[in-house]
Each structure stands twice: as C-alpha cells, then as structure tokens.
Ligand binder design. Sequence first.
Ligand SMILES: O=C(O)C(=O)C[C@]1(C(=O)O)C=C[C@@H](O)C=C1
Length: 253
Amino acid sequence: MTEAKGGDPHRLGELRAMIDAIDESVHRLLIQRATVIDELIEVKGTAKSGAAFRPGREADMMRRLAARHTGNLPLGAVEHLWREIISTFTALQAPFTVSVGADGDPVGAVETARFTFGFTVPLKVENRAADVVSWLEDGGTDKLGLVLLDRAATAWWNGLEQAQVVARLPFLQRSGNRVRALVLAPPLADPVPFEVGCYAVRGKVPAELPGVETLASANGSILVAARDAALLEDAGLDIRAVGGYAAPLRVDG
Ligand SMILES: O=C(O)C(=O)C[C@]1(C(=O)O)C=C[C@@H](O)C=C1
C-alpha cells in the first residue's frame, strides 16, 4: 500500500496503533453489551410477548447521548451508530421485520428506515402507508411499520385499530431534515405514557390551535399531534386517539 509522501511514517504507525486499540475496546464493549441480552429477555418477558422495542427508553437514551456528546465527531454519525446498535439488540431479543410505505419517496422512506432500524433488521417496502397499516393489523408482534408524513395519499391513520403510532422521526431534529415519519407498532408489552399524543380528527382543525401540530391530512381527515387532548376537545373537535411519541429533540438552530 502507498502512503502519503512527506509524513512521519513512525508517527503514522503510532496513530494507527491508537486507532486499532480504540477499535478493539469498542468491539469488546459491544460484545460485552450483548452478554446482557439473555437476562434482558428473561426480565422483560420478551419471549412471551414478542416485540422488544421500547421507544420511550430509546428516546431517553438518545437524549442522554446528545447531552453528553462533545468533540468534532458529528452527532449524526454517533446517532446512526447507536441506532444500528439499539435496533440490532432489539432484534437479538426478538426478531422483527420493518415495513415501510414508499408513498412516492422510496429513497427517503428506505433511508429513514435504514437510519432508524439499521441493516440487521429485514425491511420490506410497500407502495403506500395504508398497506403498512393493513399488514400490522393482520396481527403478530414481530413487526414495526414506518410511514412518511408529507406524502399521505389516503388517511391511513383511520385504519389503525390495534396498531398505534409509537415514535416520531427524526427524533434528533435538525434544520436540514427532509423526511418526517412515524413508527407504527402492534400493542407494546409495557407501554409508557406518550409525551405527545396523536389523534385522528374528523372535520376541520382551526388553522392556529396553540399546542396542536397537523401531521398529515387526506380525504377530509386530519392526523394531529398534541401534548394534551383537552386542547382538541375544548375546541369541540371529534377525535380518536391513535398513539403518540416521545417529544423529539432539536439539536441545532
Ligand atoms: O432497554 C431495553 O428494554 C432494551 O431492550 C435494550 C435496548 C438497547 O439495546 O439499548 C433495546 C431495545 C429497546 O428498544 C431499548 C433499548
């Protein structure tokens, strides 16, 4: 292999030895992380209840990761590494498949799914969010869905019966984010209360309802997010709860 001219080959060797030692430590720690899986399955009763996905816990972990991050390594890269780790560990406890609705943006859909769930987890791509919802409603706990928010061709949220919204993407939000999405799941074994609720609203949502965000709309139906259902009820709206998520964290500007 040719090396850059003019450098100090001795120092280069030292720096590479440092990188190798750090890589070995990281690898050993990951192997060590995996040793808790068996007991985690037992304590959580995952084998009985299926899916091991715990979005509330993941939100807490990502908040701490963002808070302690420092140095010149981009936070997005660290986030991506951890998403791969957490998702792989989720699948190690109980294998699951992710179905994503392309809805006219297959690249955005697959990129968001792979960023969030990594490459260890099997991914199937459907044409539309409504197909993802039908698949989830067919039953089984070994599945998660991912739907895009800005391309809703139909009011897929009205198809949610057992399945629910459980997470919002991206969780760490930056001004350059192009894709907004939601994670859908069958009923989780030990759900924690959502910080933000999602509601299917029939009729018109007043344009400026403080504390209420319109996530998507189609066929005269609207999907909104609100920290408090009373904000919608007090406005006289006809709502149906369809899950919710941990409040995303803004990490720039
Ligand atoms: O804390 C848990 O319940 C875990 O299963 C561990 C873990 C992780 O690997 O950190 C994996 C899956 C959950 O979604 C959250 C976190």
